[in-house]
Design a protein around this ligand. Structure first.
Ligand SMILES: [Zn+2]
Length: 87
């Protein structure tokens, strides 16, 4: 499982691609590329799961859009968990 090789297909900012994917901000072609990548890349698939988790939790807490700071802090905590998990 080579993370770098795998994620290269989405480019450097593939994480942002995943967020855009969830936002529905991609073209049909890009959407298909991300979807295809998620099928083969456990790293990005996991990242997508985490992001969906964040979004679901945020939706439950506040009906409105969550403050960006809250989102950032949740995401940072999840990232730390992920790093601890891997090493
Ligand atoms: Zn990937």
């Amino acid at each position: 499982m080579n993370r770098t090789d795998c994620c290269d297909s989405l480019g450097d900012d593939h994480l942002r691609r995943i967020y855009e994917y969830l936002d529905g901000a991609l073209s049909a072609e890009q959407l298909e590329a991300v979807r295809e990548h998620l099928r083969h890349c456990p790293t990005c698939a996991r990242q997508r799961e985490l992001e969906e988790l964040i979004r679901a939790r945020v939706r439950r807490c506040c009906q409105e859009k969550a403050p960006e700071q809250l989102r950032a802090s949740i995401r940072m905590r999840l990232t730390q968990v992920r790093i601890t998990d891997v090493s």
